[in-house]
Design a protein around this ligand. Structure first.
Ligand SMILES: [Ca+2]
Length: 161
């Protein structure tokens, strides 16, 4: 195990760990949790030979083959907050190289329940907070949280709060 600050290696005909790993026929797996600002991202890998990239366990780049240096890009991936990123790499023979970057290509898409949330806000979410269990909980935490309680309620069934 070792830590690399970034994935950007050009080992050429050499080994990633001389004396430990040979120059050919090896594989590497990097894992990390990355905190993404809400947005739409693309992942890009330049690789010789094969690479697979998983984001939140979803395969976003699949180029698992023997090949000369090739640049491959994922489709758009919507992310918000921490996401697991796993990169699997293998070298068959000859030159070895792997670089991974990602970049934002757009603003965050609306959450699944964002429209419902807006409707609820327009309709006066504060009226949801009449005396009762939820209102009591909100009152203890202050007005802002009372609004949040209403939002959570509005989004019940969605996968975002
Ligand atoms: Ca190679």
């Amino acid at each position: 195990m070792r830590e690399d600050p970034r994935i950007d290696f050009n080992w050429g005909f050499g080994s990633p760990a001389p004396g430990v790993i040979g120059a050919d026929n090896f594989s590497v797996r990097w894992t990390n949790t990355v905190n993404f600002a809400p947005g739409v991202y693309r992942f890009r890998a330049t690789v010789d030979d094969g690479v697979r990239v998983f984001v939140n366990e979803r395969l976003v780049i699949d180029s698992w083959r023997v090949q000369a240096a090739t640049t491959v890009e994922s489709a758009d991936v919507a992310l918000s907050g921490p996401a697991s990123v796993r990169v699997e790499y293998f070298e068959d023979a000859g030159e070895a190289r792997i670089a991974l970057t990602w970049f934002q290509v757009g603003a965050a898409p609306p959450a699944p329940c964002a429209a419902a949330r807006r409707r609820r806000l327009d309709g006066g979410v504060f009226q949801q907070s009449r005396p009762g269990r939820r209102a009591d909980a909100g009152a203890r935490r202050g007005g802002a949280d009372r609004l949040q309680l209403g939002l959570r309620f509005a989004c019940a069934g969605g996968d975002q709060q």
